[in-house]
Design a protein around this ligand. Structure first.
Ligand code: FE
Ligand code: FE
Ligand code: ZN
Length: 276
């Protein structure tokens, strides 16, 4: 089954997102757990979550992907910022545990001149203090473009984080097609080779979701600017190969392309027609 959705605004709550997804032909979606550039989350609305779970099952929506705010930097230099990241993630996971099999994606962080090793240590420290055996939410490290001092540009860095986390059976990876291409993995000309490398270094069993984006910039540009499907440097042929690849085709795909809701609806329609 083709699992396809896009990023939706969470301002109306879970049930509203579920209905919006169904309306535009999606069977999953992504949303921000709170203002992506702020901190405060809305009060927990368990009635809305229960109503959504019921609606989800009746309408064939598969489990959803929550995205942590961008302001969260687990490897900031300042202890106060690292504490904010820790508290935010703990609170987000506690909330998401009310949904069945939720995925929670976050940007590993930016080491801001401290060096990648220290960055990796701080990120693993946060995960070790936040993850619990009881949680039902799977936490995903997102592959990054390598802009500035971003940690998670290489598969080796993600592997190093996973290796330092005790409860790493609660961890997975979300592969962002724009980010990995910008980051220097040639998924346009050598998708098989990149997936082989991913499998050798991280293990394909860790791959739980794909952010499906085209890129405004050329290969290895380390820029992280998403483009609409087919209009960027990846192109429609590479994207068609990605959604149909035997190792990827059963994963959920999430669009984060520059689009309004009608644009997302059209892209979902297009991608469905390209899925064999
Ligand atoms: Fe992201
Ligand atoms: Fe992404
Ligand atoms: Zn991005």
């Amino acid at each position: 089954m083709f699992k396809i959705g896009c990023h939706l605004s969470s301002s109306g709550g879970y049930l509203a997102m579920g209905k919006e997804a169904v309306r535009i032909g999606a069977n999953t979606f992504q949303f921000f757990t709170r203002n992506p550039r702020g901190g405060q989350a809305k009060p927990l609305d368990l009635d809305d979550m229960r109503a959504f779970e019921e609606y989800r099952k009746q309408n064939g929506i598969i489990s959803v992907l929550a995205h942590a705010p961008y302001t969260m930097n687990a490897c900031a230099k300042d202890e106060g910022l690292r504490e904010f990241a820790r508290n935010t993630m703990a609170d987000d996971i506690m909330r998401l545990n009310h949904l069945e099999g939720a995925l929670y994606n976050f940007h590993p962080g930016s080491h801001v001149q401290q060096g990648v090793e220290i960055g990796i240590d701080y990120i693993a420290d946060m995960l070790n203090s936040v993850l619990s055996e009881e949680q039902t939410t799977t936490v995903l490290l997102e592959t990054m473009a390598g802009k500035g001092s971003e940690v998670g540009r290489s598969f080796e860095e993600l592997r190093a984080i996973i290796d330092k986390v005790e409860l790493n059976h609660k961890l997975g990876v979300c592969l962002d097609t724009c980010h990995v291409y910008d980051g220097g993995y040639d998924i346009v000309n050598n998708l098989d080779g990149v997936l082989e490398e991913f499998n050798r270094i991280i293990g394909l069993d860790r791959l739980k979701a794909i952010h499906l984006n085209d890129s405004k910039n050329p290969f290895e540009s380390h820029k992280d600017r998403h483009e609409a499907i087919g209009n960027g440097s990846l192109g429609i042929e590479a994207i068609t190969r990605i959604i149909n690849h035997p190792l990827l085709r059963e994963l959920p795909f999430f669009l984060e392309t520059p689009n309004d809701i009608d644009g997302y609806q059209k892209e979902i329609e297009l991608l469905k027609s390209l899925y064999k």
